[in-house]
Design a protein around this ligand. Structure first.
Ligand code: UT7
Length: 337
């Protein structure tokens, strides 16, 4: 892709949304034997936001998308494709993308669909958008990464449920009108051979006429230790290599905006790049791991809070179930959030 002449892509707007309900580590001690000290020292998480009542990833995603569209200076009518990335959707179909299309009044004949790349979802969606915009097939694409993990966790499983939170991030990308490509480099990877490390089986029951007629549980299942070992081995080297392949030096890039899964993993990437703390965007302390939403949420909130100055450049990188991983080096223009 990088060697083929394509239409450049502009990141026109970003947005985020988190639920109002805050659940702290201390609150979780009411559910099982754990402590703030155990959770914070291993993950960097103090609290997370969780959906309540009928609130779902669709509501969060729609609000994040509204903000991103407003910031882009475009209108819902200008969107000609919606790609939603989710690892914990409220329903398998209709796609979240279709729900958000209807919710926001995006023209009702444009394609809208979901992709499953778990916490790498935003990078995968951006890569797909780059292909569609680059080839001239579509001009303006809304990317929405949104998850309601809390509805799909086993709240008796203290090793997985401490980690996740709910949230959404969105990005509007469009054909660039000044010839500048905001995607300096992008790459996506997967290794399905280790797919069982994190999974969310759909609860299903065989037809009553067949044997055995079993029912599976439906919860996020994670082998945390093995995920940690895999990511700590692969990600720092991968990000370093991505910078090299882009013909850049780490110090030429302003920020690292990583998937917020575990502060220790983020610090391992930070160390490899030789970055000081002010170059690394982290909000895991307040939101936990919001899966696909985590990168655009960190980006949009980072800009809003002034931790990410504009214009600037950033490395986005993520990993998650699949196992999938991916990264992008992007330009962040003035006014995107
Ligand atoms: O986007 C998704 C990507 N996922 C990740 O990045 C997850 C990466 N992995 C991790 O962050 C870590 O594996 C965890 C934070 C999830 C868990 O930390 P760990 O050091 O790997 O803990 P462990 O599961 O190996 O458990 C160690 C001990 C066990 O006790 P014993 O058997 O040594 O007596 C667990 O029962 O800690 C116990 N434990 C807990 N204790 C208090 C597990 N969960 C808890 C808990 N509170 N919440």
């Amino acid at each position: 892709m990088n060697n083929i002449k394509t239409i450049p892509l502009k990141i026109a707007g970003v947005g985020y949304c988190v639920p109002e309900t805050v659940v702290t580590n201390d609150d979780l001690t009411k559910l099982y034997d754990t402590s703030d000290e155990w959770i914070y020292s291993r993950t960097g998480i103090k609290e997370r936001r969780l959906v309540s009542g009928n609130e779902s990833a669709v509501d969060l995603g729609a609000k994040a998308a509204e903000h991103a569209i407003a910031k882009s200076g475009l209108k819902a009518e200008d969107i000609d494709m919606v790609i939603s990335a989710s690892s914990a959707p409220p329903e398998l179909y209709p796609a979240i993308g279709c729900r958000i299309q209807a919710h926001l009044g995006i023209p009702n004949d444009v394609p809208a669909f979901d992709i499953t790349a778990a916490c790498s979802g935003l990078i995968y969606a951006l890569s797909i958008a780059k292909g569609f915009i680059g080839s001239g097939m579509y001009k303006t694409i809304l990317l929405v990464a949104t998850d309601n993990n809390s509805r799909l966790l086993n709240w008796e499983d203290r090793s997985a449920s401490i980690l996740f939170g709910d949230g959404a991030g969105a990005m509007v990308v469009t054909a660039s009108d000044d010839g500048v490509d905001d995607i300096i480099s992008i790459d996506i990877r997967a290794n399905g051979a280790i797919g069982d490390l994190i999974k969310l089986p759909l609860a299903g029951k065989n037809c009553p006429l067949v044997e055995p007629n079993t029912e599976e549980p439906q919860f996020i299942e994670m082998n945390g230790k093995e995920v940690y070992k895999f990511v700590a081995r692969v990600l720092p080297h991968y990000v370093e290599e991505m910078v090299e392949k882009a013909g850049m030096k780490a110090e030429e890039i302003d920020y690292l905006i990583p998937h917020q899964a575990n502060l220790r993993i983020i610090q391992a990437v930070q160390e490899r790049l030789g970055y000081s703390d002010d170059k690394v965007v982290t909000n895991i302390k307040y939101y936990g791991n919001t899966s696909a939403a985590s990168i655009p949420l960190a980006l949009a909130e980072g800009v809003e809070k002034g931790n990410v100055k504009l214009p600037s450049t950033a490395i986005l990188c993520g990993f998650g179930a699949g196992m999938t991983w991916g990264g992008a080096i992007v330009r962040l223009r003035e006014g995107i959030c």
